[in-house]
Design a protein around this ligand. Structure first.
Ligand code: PLP
Length: 358
């Protein structure tokens, strides 16, 4: 019997993730520290008094106001969902379905995956050798054909960690008047740069944000975007009603009311990133790329061997060598100073024959 499932879904691979247990977990770009215990207690106190039998706000209006105050953004230009992962296919439905999705490669897997699952025409323009944007090729793609669509970029870029020149982003937005331009800013805290000032005057630009990384709330599932009133109002038609629970809403509001812990952790992560980067320069065969995010991309002679070697030392990181242009690459999340020391000790251990060194 033929399954009653669209061919595009049948043909699609699963999301590329393989859970492995290890003492030092540096594979998912999470915050290495849990949400502060005193803030957890505040969340629990509020939850005890919340009404669990009532539906939450239709579109988390109360939370949008808190986000607006924190981000200096109009509340009616904010859309909240259970993780920015959820917003990516919704944005593709909003502006790409039946049209086009343009992005770069290598990139965050979900942009292309969403296009394939929705049968949206997908174009992936390769980054240049130094991971900068190929503005000429992207501009040509933006102008090709009659139908526009949605352009997905990330800044800092994942999984390379670099930032594009702001002029390059501006040139692409100028070249794409009919397109929805999504800038995924999952890691902007670690770069000290964002595109709010730029997006404020451009109604077709969307800034995607998450509480999974800098805020240390990956387990809670909360993401949102900043855009124009018009784009937000239309996107809300595609967001399932009452989708964000009281648990997520309360936790996010408590976090936003206490941003100091997040700012401090970001500063420490940035310091640690530079320390780990400098230490890795001593590695005899690895090339580490400069990063503006909370992770480092490393090119090794053999990603599988590097991954296994580190796992034997209790350190889990993520292979990236399956992505075009990232042959031999692994990606390591910046952890606590202790975790980073364990990673460096394992990474820099000289490869000696088993019988030597006694
Ligand atoms: C981690 C990450 C996100 C965040 O996804 P959530 O669903 O909010 O956890 C979004 N984009 C990129 C590029 C990421 O790396």
């Amino acid at each position: 019997m033929t399954l009653p499932i669209r061919p595009a879904v049948l043909a699609s691979p699963d999301y590329p993730f393989n859970p492995i247990d290890a003492p030092v977990k540096l594979d998912q770009n999470e915050s290495p520290q849990d949400f502060p215990a005193d803030l957890k207690q505040l969340v629990l106190d509020e939850l005890l008094n919340a009404q669990w039998h009532r539906y939450p706000d239709l579109h988390s209006d109360g939370l949008c106001a808190a986000i607006g105050a924190h981000e200096d953004w109009q509340a009616d230009g904010i859309v909240v969902t259970t993780g920015s992962n959820v917003l990516i296919p919704l944005l593709t439905q909003l502006s790409g379905l039946g049209r086009r999705l343009l992005t770069v490669k290598p990139a965050f897997a979900l942009y292309a995956l969403g296009a394939r699952l929705l049968d949206v025409e997908l174009t992936e323009v390769a980054l240049q050798a130094d991971f900068s944007l190929d503005v000429a090729a992207l501009t040509a793609e933006l102008g090709r054909g009659a139908e526009p669509g949605v352009l997905f970029l990330s800044q800092p870029h994942a999984p390379t960690g670099n930032c594009a020149a702001a002029e390059d982003i501006a040139a692409l937005v100028e070249a794409a008047p009919g397109w929805l331009v999504v800038i995924d800013e999952a890691y902007f805290h670690f770069a000290g740069r964002d595109f709010r000032a730029f997006a404020r005057t451009r109604p077709n630009v969307v800034l995607l944000r998450t509480m999974s990384k800098a805020w240390g709330l990956a387990g809670l599932r909360l993401g949102y975007l900043l855009t124009s009133r018009e784009v937000a109002a239309n996107l809300k038609k595609l967001v399932p009603p009452f989708t964000t629970s009281v648990l997520q809403t309360v936790a996010a509001r408590v976090a936003l009311a206490h941003p100091d812990y997040m700012v401090e952790r970001v500063q420490r992560t940035v310091r640690e990133r530079e320390r780990v980067f400098a230490a890795l320069a001593r590695h005899p065969s690895w090339i580490t790329y400069p990063s503006q995010a909370n992770f480092l991309l490393i090119r090794t002679p053999d990603a599988k061997a590097a991954h296994e070697h580190l796992l034997r030392h209790g350190v889990l990181l993520r292979r990236q060598d399956g992505l075009e242009g990232l042959e031999g690459c692994i990606r390591v999340t910046i952890g606590t100073p202790e975790e980073n020391d364990l990673f460096l000790a394992a990474a820099l251990v000289p490869v000696v024959p088993a019988e030597a060194g006694t």
